[in-house]
Design a protein around this ligand. Structure first.
Ligand SMILES: [Mg+2]
Length: 220
């Protein structure tokens, strides 16, 4: 697939530019918190982590607003602490900075769109503003992925169109979101999902590692 038309690249963060969070463990802990608060399991099953907190909070709020507020705060503090602790132990994948510099040299605009919190992203990648044009973490936006407005906001910030933009990520959600908005979708195998899952979710290309994008976007 020819990528010479690409003018903007939107990156997922965890599992794409840096080692993945242990999302199954984070999810297990949030479910445990909600169960301890008295929320039935079927209220939160099949949901993503933040959506579990929202659903459990809504369920609790039907009977006890103050308990719901306390749970919401406790659960958000818990996931932020989880993210910050993980961020303190990792750094961007090798060659990520070189890749981003190459893209900048080619005047390709770049953004991160992540459900992680901004502080965790910056702890992992302290000099990120020197390499990327835009960082949109969970706490920087009102609507985060899989809500398409997260990606729409990123494209608006970059000033690029879906037709000339590329979404790259390790997760099914990234591929589905990119495809939904008409971006070229590139999966990477350094995070949550394998090639078959990424292709089924809409990946046009699957790469072993994000650094391989450089060879596809920047001709020798
Ligand atoms: Mg990811």
């Amino acid at each position: 697939m020819n990528l010479s038309h690409i003018r903007g690249v939107v990156f997922d963060f965890d599992g794409t530019l840096a080692p993945n969070l242990d999302l199954p463990e984070m999810r297990r802990q949030v479910i445990e918190l909600s169960a301890r608060a008295g929320v039935p399991g079927d209220v939160v099953e099949d949901l993503f982590i933040i959506e579990i907190i929202e659903a459990a909070t809504a369920w609790l709020a039907r009977c006890n607003t103050s308990q719901a507020t306390a749970f919401h705060q406790q659960a958000h503090d818990h996931i932020s602490n989880f993210e910050l602790e993980a961020a303190s132990r990792v750094e961007p994948f090798p060659e990520v900075r070189q890749l981003l510099s190459q893209l900048r040299d080619r005047h390709i605009r770049t953004a991160v769109v992540t459900r992680n919190c901004e502080q965790a992203v910056r702890n992992t990648f302290p000099d990120i503003d020197g390499y990327l044009d835009l960082v949109l973490a969970r706490d920087n936006v009102e609507h985060y992925k899989p809500d398409p407005r997260h990606l729409i906001q990123a494209l608006a910030g970059l000033g690029t169109d879906p037709a000339t933009s590329l979404m790259i990520g390790d997760g099914r959600m990234d591929m589905q979101l990119g495809q939904q908005l008409g971006l070229t979708c590139v999966g990477v195998l350094t995070g949550s999902h394998q090639e078959d899952v990424l292709i089924a979710a809409g990946a046009d290309i699957v790469l072993e590692h994000v650094r391989d994008l450089g060879r596809r976007l920047v001709p020798c």
